[in-house]
Design a protein around this ligand. Sequence first.
Ligand SMILES: [Cu+2]
Length: 412
Amino acid sequence: MREEHTESHPGAAHTDGPSADGYAGQEDHATIGYAGTHHEMKPAVTRPQLAVVGLLTVLALVASVVIPAMFVNLTYSAEEVGGAVMPPGMVMSRDTPAAAMREMAAIDPGEVSYEAPAGARGDRTLEPKIENGVKVFDLGVSVVEWNILPDQSVEAYAFNRQVPGPRIRVTEGDRVRINVTNDLPEATSVHWHGMILPNAMDGAADVTQKPIEPGESFAYEFTAGQAGTYFYHSHKEPDRQQGLGMYGALIVDPKDPARDAAYDYDREMVVQLQEWLERDGYTYPAMTMEGALPNYFTINGKSYPETETINVEVGERLRIRFIGSNNNFVHPMHVHGGPFEIVETDGNVVPEEARLLKDTVNVGPGERYDVIWQARKPGKWLLHCHIPHHTTNDNTEQEGGGGLMAVINVTE
Ligand SMILES: [Cu+2]
């Protein structure tokens, strides 16, 4: 091939032709033009050579289809996976179903319908309307942009445009109705965690009710018969929806104040936990699996140092309501400055003789612990998870920590 080429290259190898042949355009286009004028055109390769090249081309084409097919499933259409953006590092084998990909996909930033101000707080108390003696609450769920730090936002599935959703606070024995309107791009449902209620009101999607489709509403109604700390959360693909922000506190005050007088308190704080995965501007539901592990952690929708500081005076009793509203980890929640007493577990009063004094309590997903911590000395006392990675923001510390950390500021 090479020698044929040089031979046929006009000028380079020839001295016998018209001297100007060499470089067309140098002198006379019209007379030179083509090397063929003095050299017969012949196939430059042999038939076996052509056959080999043809065969190699076909093999390369086949390989370009077969090799990717060994690693990914080529039977999906773009519609099936909904244009999903997957977490970097997630293990996707060839048999990963399209449904799994949709469930783990990033929130489409194009779905955001509201940007919450950077300083917005979640867990705001929601005032009910009273209709025929029933306390009626309206919850709407939509996609929002939510700041977990002043310079770090996530896309979230939020009740009433806040993370966590609003605090629903009623009194034992109240009849409550909660109208849930779905403005998400996917179906949902809401479960009232720990409540004794009619099965049809339990919110288990595809088990006790048809999921609430986008644009539709569903009214949940029950009597809040148990006092204590509860919460509500999505029960339709909760690994995705709850992890993306669909949870909120449900607090039922006792009808008989004597129940709480046993461990009377001066201040209270609600601590709702969550884990987040935010990379390259995309928010994915954090999951305990390859590629989906969280890199941010929040208390009431904020990472330290943006978590709220609670102010207490020396001698005062602080009731901390820990809520395992998170999806993945058991968080050993620790308070500096001395032990606390565990007075309620999952909404149930702990008998006095069984009340443990501890300074760290493991709060698992779904669990609630109500503890009383007495402020003994003035200063800044930390409340934080004792898995140190959970007190960082994307693996870095700011002002002495991050993530699951808050300050209890005790003054004289
Ligand atoms: Cu933790």
